[in-house]
Design a protein around this ligand. Structure first.
Ligand SMILES: [Mn+2]
Length: 232
């Protein structure tokens, strides 16, 4: 417990630059911590934290260090400290599976930030009983409209028409952009992918994979290279 708070204190001191992306007449600060800070709404938007995933693997006998889950919470605390959001919207897959020891860290973290309005848009991995979240004063929704954006976990399917005249912000995919250097050098960076009708956020969690996305030429792609966001 003390160790956790101590580490959190150090995390509060780190600062990272992002890119202010003016979009739909709103200012979205795209952060290298793989989050969006929507300035007008004072809202942090975060997809695919997958807390508890480490505990899930540990239960299966795979030695994943416990610090990983706490690291994600430290980064969240640092973001809160820097941007002072009134609201945090988690775009699904906040907690990876059944309750395990990581849930206790999450509960403590939530209580530390009890002034902030927190909303979970339910993802396919969020199988924990909803009342666990509501007991922590986190409301659970299927989707949410805050004009001009619609918050969702799953991306729109191609054939789906635009919903409620809004632009969707979502997760689930864990998008990456593939860079090819000379020779056989390749690297996949996590990215924000802004398409015509929707933007897909990078996965926030440190213990998550990413897949290279097929994207249209019209898409705006922002890759994340360590502490920088790069517009492509
Ligand atoms: Mn998902």
């Amino acid at each position: 417990m003390q160790v956790f708070l101590f580490c959190g204190y150090f995390a509060l001191m780190t600062k990272c630059d992002g890119i202010d992306f003016i979009f739909k007449k709103q200012t979205l600060l795209l952060l290298p911590q793989k989050a969006i800070y929507w300035r007008e709404e004072k809202t942090l938007i975060i997809a695919d934290v997958h807390l508890g995933k480490t505990g899930h693997f540990r239960k299966a006998g795979i030695a994943i260090p416990t610090e990983l889950a706490q690291k994600d919470l430290e980064v969240l605390s640092a973001l809160i400290n820097e941007h002072q959001p009134e609201k945090i919207i988690f775009l699904g897959d906040l907690f990876h599976s059944d309750k395990n020891s990581d849930w206790n860290w999450f509960s403590l973290w939530r209580k530390k930030h009890d002034k902030i309005n927190m909303i979970l848009i339910k993802g396919n991995h969020d199988i924990i009983e909803e009342e666990n979240f509501t007991n922590l004063n986190i409301s659970v929704q299927q989707e949410m409209l805050i004009t001009p954006f619609r918050m969702a976990h799953h991306p729109l399917k191609k054939e789906e028409t635009v919903k409620e005249n809004s632009y969707t912000l979502c997760g689930h995919i864990h998008p990456g952009v593939h860079l090819r250097g000379k020779g056989r050098d390749t690297v996949t960076l996590a990215c924000f992918a802004f398409g015509t009708n929707q933007a897909i956020l990078p996965s926030f969690g440190k213990f998550t994979g990413r897949i290279a996305m097929q994207h249209q030429e019209t898409d705006r792609i922002f890759g994340i290279l360590e502490d920088k966001v790069i517009a492509f």
